[in-house]
Ligand binder design. Structure first.
Ligand code: ZN
Length: 399
């Protein structure tokens, strides 16, 4: 890990909350630069070396940080490097329309175990959703047991839909059946652990901050492309939440009102042109006799060089770029992170997205477009990051 000097993310505080803020700054800096010495932490954060020593001492006592190996410097000094204690783990749950993916994830984002629970039928009934929740609880037991004496900090849940952060209700989720029940309450009951639940694209913003390469970026868009299109928006260092935490539903901006019907009740929304479903539809338009049942099958064909599959995905991506160019014009992000199965074809779709964005740009500053660093695990790491953020970053951190 590099230890290049960086500006502290937040100013060094002098108020009564100083210790908490400084603790957040230090945890974040350790995470980015570990293993790292106390002297480097002082240099990287701008905090006094004595303050660093006191707080690191507390974090070691609380078990969040481990004093690590001795470093080697010329002239005989041997500083102790500190790291985050990877005995802290979370259970991550990613709720998809047809299944729930589960993982045990450590404090550094390493996935220690995975499982997947199918829903019995697409568009499942309340009874089926409840049965799936029981199955999740059953699957979690051996995963927890396999994690041995590691300390579980909680459960993070990412879901396609918007989650009211006060009531924890899933407010808007036209593409997933999970909203039929009080998901937060029922999951908390069967898992007997506090739960942090969040929109999948927002969860991926947390993940990029915790585990990714963009911890210092203040203006970033995550676009999650699956059955629908969702966005998570980081503007000037804050997640954009809006009324009832509903902000980010750009997937439902009307792109062409004469377009196909959308799950939200309108027609021609961006996601009806740029989602996995749209990609499949384009293929079926080209191949009338198509028996393709899933987007994964379309991807497999495209990877094998099937021209019509590639054309279908190119069309989907040109619509993705069209919506993104509107977001870029309105929000001026530095980075756009694409999350979704389509990133399996990144070497093809990245230049396509970039060239479209450049063509629509009115400044010389077009954002970087990158695939989520961890492909299909992005939403799971996002779910884990929600818990770590809650446990470690208290009220002073990234909102
Ligand atoms: Zn819609």
């Amino acid at each position: 890990m590099t230890t290049k000097p960086t500006e502290p993310r937040r100013g060094v505080a002098s108020s009564e909350t100083a210790r908490e803020i400084n603790r957040d700054i230090l945890l974040h800096t350790i995470h980015l630069h570990q293993p790292v010495s106390r002297a480097d932490l002082a240099r990287l954060t701008g905090l006094q070396p004595s303050t660093v020593s006191v707080i690191i001492g507390q974090l070691i006592e609380e078990g969040w940080v481990l004093p690590g190996t001795l470093g080697h410097l010329p002239r005989g000094r041997r500083p102790t490097f500190v790291t985050l204690n990877d005995r802290h783990v979370t259970l991550a749950v990613d709720l998809r329309p047809e299944n729930a993916n589960l993982a045990v994830v450590d404090i550094n984002g390493k996935i220690l175990g995975r499982d997947s629970i199918p829903l019995s039928a697409q568009g499942g009934s309340k009874a089926e959703i409840r049965k799936a929740i029981q199955n999740i609880a059953r699957a979690v037991r051996p995963m927890r047991a396999a994690a041995g004496d590691r300390q579980f900090q909680g459960v993070g849940v990412s879901v396609s839909g918007r989650v009211d952060q006060k009531t924890h209700r899933l407010l808007f989720a036209p593409n997933v059946p999970w909203a039929q029940i009080d998901l937060h309450t029922e999951l908390e009951k069967v898992l007997e652990t506090p739960i942090e639940m969040e929109n999948a694209a927002n969860a991926c913003l947390f993940s990029e901050r915790w585990f990714g390469n963009f911890g210092q970026v203040s203006n970033m868009i995550v676009v999650s492309v699956s059955e629908g299109v969702g966005t998570g928006l980081l503007v000037d260092g804050h997640i954009v939440r809006g009324r009832d935490d509903m902000a980010g539903e750009f997937g439902h901006m009307p792109l062409e009102e004469s377009g196909p019907p959308c799950g939200c009740g309108n027609t021609g929304c961006w996601e009806t042109f740029a989602s996995n479903r749209a990609g499949l539809r384009y293929y079926r338009e080209l191949v009338q006799e198509s028996k393709l049942a899933s987007f994964q099958e379309l991807l497999d064909l495209a990877k094998g060089g099937d021209v019509r599959a590639l054309r279908s995905i190119d069309k989907m991506m040109s619509y993705l770029a069209r919506g993104l160019s509107m977001l870029v014009a309105g929000l001026a992000p530095e980075v756009i992170i694409v999350v979704g199965d389509c990133t399996a074809l990144w070497s093809r779709i990245c230049p396509l997205l970039e060239s479209r964005l450049i063509a629509k740009s009115f400044t010389s500053h077009t954002p970087r477009v990158v695939a989520a660093m961890d492909g299909d695990a992005a939403r799971l790491r996002g779910a884990a990051a929600l818990v770590l953020h809650k446990v470690l970053f208290g009220q002073a951190g990234f909102k």
